[in-house]
Design a binder for this molecule. Structure first.
Ligand SMILES: Cc1c2[nH]c(c1CCC(=O)O)Cc1[nH]c(c(CCC(=O)O)c1C)Cc1[nH]c(c(CCC(=O)O)c1C)Cc1[nH]c(c(C)c1CCC(=O)O)C2
Length: 343
């Protein structure tokens, strides 16, 4: 049995009583820290940083040392999954991810493989193993993957988009292709997340970043059943967090998933979400843009959020990833405010 010096995050995730609310931030391992940018420059490219386990472990641990968060999240990307299935991506500076080839036909789906994580994704698992050794039990480590629907968006669209209308077109016009692709991504993701747990991840988070572009009916057909398969398979091993950005319409269904934690974005009212998701621990949900205001305002808004969540069954976080141009001292102010707050 692993002994953690600070297991607040895991105890809160399991719904146990805690002496204070734990805190971490989505995208904490990233460009807000000059120390990250230095390692990123040394690596030469984002993808090289992702695929070099020693460097990925180093930037994973930076926010624990430099920001004082209660959990680390493994430095990687959700797009390593399509890559492992046979669809490589490039990360273009100031533009984001691009897939030189996309999935277009059923034959393209059939050509993709269900990846063997210890082969195609061994570099992520190695990064987890190194991170666990170097963390030496200081805080828990979060593993993650994209939700199948969000991964499908990139595999069909080939790049980021405000509407993902190319990807959405397939849901309406080619439902069979869409479901076959979603199932293949799901099978890879379950094997991948199980391997992350075997390598040492203490909790896994599923990011459905583009959930908000779907109608409730489409979300029920094309996203939830696949998230349900993943959480069912993983919750038997570790607590699972489901974060579906923009899926305010699916909160009652989130309550029925076999998972421990549901992430909220900042558009979701806290009291209303408690009422709709009574059985889960909630994570979130400060607007990342609050961190552009002055220190007093950040403190007040953070305390106000903490009061609304009520101190238990809550993991403090932002409502989405921290923006890269945020002042690290403002981030520290958010984290310190959570750590010092008493009910
Ligand atoms: C949609 C998505 C992606 N990646 C991810 C998501 C889901 C979460 C979310 O909704 O924000 C998840 C992700 N990406 C990254 C992490 C690392 C761990 C952490 O949260 O700190 C995590 C959890 C590193 C990264 N992933 C990326 C960076 C920035 C690139 C760099 O450092 O050069 C980092 C630190 C690149 C990335 N990766 C992706 C995009 C759209 C981009 C470009 C946009 C941007 O620049 O922010 C896809």
């Amino acid at each position: 049995m692993e002994i953690l010096q600070n297991d607040l995050f895991l105890r809160a995730a399991r719904g146990e009583q805690v002496e204070r609310v734990p805190v971490w931030m989505m995208r904490q391992a990233g460009r807000i820290l000059p120390e990250y940018r230095a390692v990123r420059a040394q690596a030469g490219s984002f993808i090289h940083l992702c695929t070099t386990p020693e460097l990925a472990a180093e930037v994973t641990i930076q926010p624990v040392d430099l920001l004082g968060v209660d959990a680390a999240i493994i430095f990687s990307d959700i797009l390593v999954v399509p890559e492992a299935m046979g669809l490589p991506y490039e990360m273009i500076e100031a533009r984001g991810p691009v897939f030189p080839t996309t999935v277009k036909t059923l034959a393209d789906v059939d050509k993709l493989k269900v990846a063997d994580p210890e082969v195609e994704l061994k570099y992520v698992l190695d990064a987890i193993r190194i991170t666990k050794k170097e963390l030496n039990g200081r805080v828990p480590l979060i593993g993650f993957a994209g939700a199948p629907f969000t991964i499908l968006c990139y595999m069909l669209e080939g790049k980021g988009s405000k509407t993902f209308s190319v990807a959405k077109k397939y849901l309406y016009a080619e439902p069979e292709l869409s479901h076959r692709l979603l199932q293949k991504i799901t099978d890879t993701t379950i094997a991948y997340l199980k391997a992350q747990v075997a390598a040492g991840a203490n909790l896994v988070q599923i990011f459905d970043s583009w959930a908000g572009i779907l109608s409730p009916q489409q979300y029920r057909e094309f996203s939830l059943p696949y998230i349900a398969q993943i959480s069912e398979a993983l919750q038997a091993l570790v607590p699972v967090t489901v974060f579906a950005k923009g899926a305010f319409f699916a909160r009652r269904e989130m309550n029925a998933l076999n998972c421990s934690v549901v992430g909220l974005d900042w558009n979701m009212d806290i009291a209303e979400s408690r009422e709709m998701i009574p059985d889960k621990v909630l994570q979130g949900n400060l607007d990342p843009c609050v961190l552009y205001s002055d220190f007093d305002e950040i403190k007040q808004q953070t305390q106000d959020m903490l009061r609304q969540f009520g101190g238990q069954k809550h993991i403090a976080n932002l409502g989405h990833g921290v923006y890269p141009d945020t002042d690290p001292d403002k981030v520290r102010c958010f984290i310190q405010t959570v750590k010092e707050f008493r009910f």
